[in-house]
Ligand binder design. Sequence first.
Ligand SMILES: [Cu+2]
Length: 324
Amino acid sequence: MGAAPVIAAIPMAGLAAAPALSGGSGPSAGTGGDAHVAMGHASMVGDAVPAPGGPGDLDDLLTPPPALPHQPGRVRRYTLAALDRDIEIASGVTFPAWTYNGTVPGPVIRATEDDILEVEFTNAGSHPHTIHFHGIHPSNMDGVFEIVEPGEAFTYRFPARPYGMQLYHCHAAPLKKHIHKGLYGAFIIDPPMPRRPAREIVLVMNGYDTDGDGENNFYSVNGRAFYYAKYPIRVRRSETLRIYLANLTEFDLINSFHLHGEFFRYYRTGSTDQFDYTDTVMQCQGERGIIEIDWHNAGRFMFHAHQSEFTDLGWMGFFDVADD
Ligand SMILES: [Cu+2]
């Protein structure tokens, strides 16, 4: 093959703090105030990829808590705190985030249908926040009317339903800002009849506007640009891979997931048995679904947004499928 492909076009705004990227031939000319500056050629996968953090850093966001058997009335407790936190979202690029529990996205919440979900929320941030869950619940648990001021707390408590891939996010005004700053996460509700065994992971798609112009400069899954290109996700060919996928990208109308070399079942929202058989899905803001992959081949397979700009700005990764 020819020259290695360019993987990253780092926006101007990120450059001040960005270290030199490996293998670069120097920035090329920009195209104006909104210019993206090509940082040269770098490896597309492995250690040479410029991505923040070390291996395993995102394991708590990638791997959901295990599903529990159906037991109506059982209480599932979670504790969430809103925290202002500077986080590294791309190599050398820090974002002043508003977080749940210090990460973007926030922690994965999981319950089985008919569990009582109890989320103790403390606002330790500098702005008023709430938690709005998707799903079925009373209006006084909807995260819209009870604004939780800094230093205050609120406990959300309601039966978890319906089963499927749900999500949660802050619903304080202005909504666009509170979501974009990072207050969102995955919320899985398991069906009464357990899903069949699988390796399970969570991928939350998002973006970051680092220069305040209302457009995203970086994209990722689980919060860090190019992370799963640097650290491919290892899976076994004999094991179904189940992906709980959600789109919390602000500013852009849609995001998407495309898998190379394979097809998968896609259950939109995951609340029925209906699925599409495809290799590409599109999600609007707030949409989510469940992907199930039965691998035909071992090897290294890329996954990424099929909006090429999102791919180049961080939303891409790889599965290493091991034969066994
Ligand atoms: Cu908020």
